[in-house]
Design a binder for this molecule. Structure first.
Ligand code: AMP
Length: 396
């Protein structure tokens, strides 16, 4: 069974084709600059292919992907009929979706209804679904929601302390994101610990350009750092994470800005970029800090301090901790960040082997042999979770 995984952003479309009998990745790629001009990066096992291809809209981008998949030179299929299902990453499933679902007209409508609370993310996801439906009618499509893994959060974790009627009227509450990643790495962490998933207490740190921490207690997400939107929680590449909400009207007044403009600042010009004024990329920040740039150093300090604070608070939420897992671009690769975060957590029983921690991009336990709480790095694979869920949903 071949599953095409689609992750549609406002001007980009990432894809992977997986053979789900063997879980082998057949090909992956990226369409960029959709609606502007169009650029395709296609990585087949035999050949990498890159080209400027016009992509006036997402439908055109889906067509470009199809052509690339069946191309005689760099394709991996002989015809489109070899695509048996499509799995879509959908960012927000609201309270409606606690699992992945086959996309019907009703599901499509429910995803559309969630656009109100996820205006940046759900509309492009929906465009991708509609484009695939049009170009590959009859191929079953499944929606896999970033929020679904967190549907198990208890009320005490997801309720904001604001008037309850705002929750009732507008569903303002914590939802959480990166669910497929937290689910994938927590499952592998339990295996590495040699514990059944439903007995392990794990904190997973998805540290990429967007970043979130999740408390996975006995296989269930019981709390996570992102909230109503992906803006809450950790300081990130360009997002502020937690701030006092009173800052927003204060800046509006002082800088003569609208609420939307301030929100743009908090989403796109804050975080590591905002503090350092150097970059949102941790490699650039490390170089700048080494060269004596104090603000780059400060931004890294803020980042690690907040990650450690969340891990500590989630150890309390679970009343115990077996392992801390680091994943995504920073978590998998940045040994400085891992060491710094762990240095705050010795009181919990976390002790790392600094030599082992220097390795990157692989699954490893980098704790000292007798450390009570294990420190793990595990490469994430959100596309594999989406493909697995797609297969499962269709079987169901
Ligand atoms: P992601 O969103 O998971 O793709 O992560 C992207 C981020 O990971 C980049 O912006 C970098 O900050 C960080 N990153 C990627 N590779 C490395 C590396 N080798 N060392 C440190 N940070 C890295």
């Amino acid at each position: 069974m071949n599953v095409l995984v689609i992750n549609c952003g406002s001007s980009s479309l990432k894809y992977q084709l997986l053979d789900m009998n063997s879980e082998k990745l057949l090909v992956k790629g990226l369409c960029e600059r959709i609606g502007i001009d169009g650029f395709l990066k296609h990585s087949a096992p035999s050949k990498n292919y890159e080209a400027n291809v016009p992509m006036p809209d997402h439908e055109a981008a889906v067509k470009v992907v199809m052509d690339a998949l069946i191309d005689k030179d760099h394709g991996v299929l002989t015809s489109m009929s070899e695509i048996h299902a499509i799995g879509h990453r959908v960012v927000h499933g609201g309270e409606r979706f606690s699992d992945s679902v086959v996309i019907t007209d009703e599901v499509e409508q429910a995803i559309e209804d969630c656009c109100d609370i996820a205006p940046l993310h759900n509309p492009p996801n929906l465009i991708g679904i509609r484009a695939c439906k049009k170009i590959m009618p009859g191929v079953p499509q499944v929606g896999v929601f970033d929020t679904a893994f967190h549907a198990t959060m208890p009320e005490k974790a997801y309720l904001y302390a604001i008037p309850y009627e705002l929750y009732e009227k507008y569903k303002i509450r914590k939802y959480g994101f990166h669910g497929t990643s937290h689910k994938y790495v927590s499952t592998l962490a339990a295996e590495m610990l040699g514990k059944p998933y439903d007995q392990a207490k794990v904190v997973t740190c998805h540290l990429g350009n967007g970043a979130s921490v999740c408390a996975v207690d006995k296989g269930r997400s019981i709390d996570t750092s992102m909230g109503f939107t992906p803006l809450e929680g950790l300081a990130m590449g360009t997002r502020s994470g937690d701030i006092d909400p009173a800052v927003i009207p204060f800046v509006m007044q002082k800088e003569d800005m609208t609420a939307q403009q301030v929100l743009d600042v908090l989403n796109k010009k804050s975080g590591m970029m905002g503090i350092s004024c150097v970059s949102s990329d941790f490699r650039d920040l490390a170089t700048a800090a080494e060269q004596g740039n104090k603000r780059a150093e400060a931004s890294l300090e803020v980042f690690c301090y907040r990650v450690a604070q969340y891990v500590g608070s989630y150890a309390a939420s679970m009343n115990g901790l077996d392992a801390v897992v680091f994943t995504a671009g920073i978590g998998e690769n940045d040994s400085y960040v891992r060491e710094k975060v762990c240095s705050y957590l010795g009181f919990l029983g976390l002790e790392i082997d600094t030599e082992k921690n220097k390795q990157r991009g692989q699954a490893m336990d980098f704790s000292k042999p007798d450390a009570k709480v294990r420190a793990l790095a595990i490469p994430t694979n959100e596309e594999l979770v989406i493909a697995r869920d797609t297969k499962m949903a269709l079987k169901g």
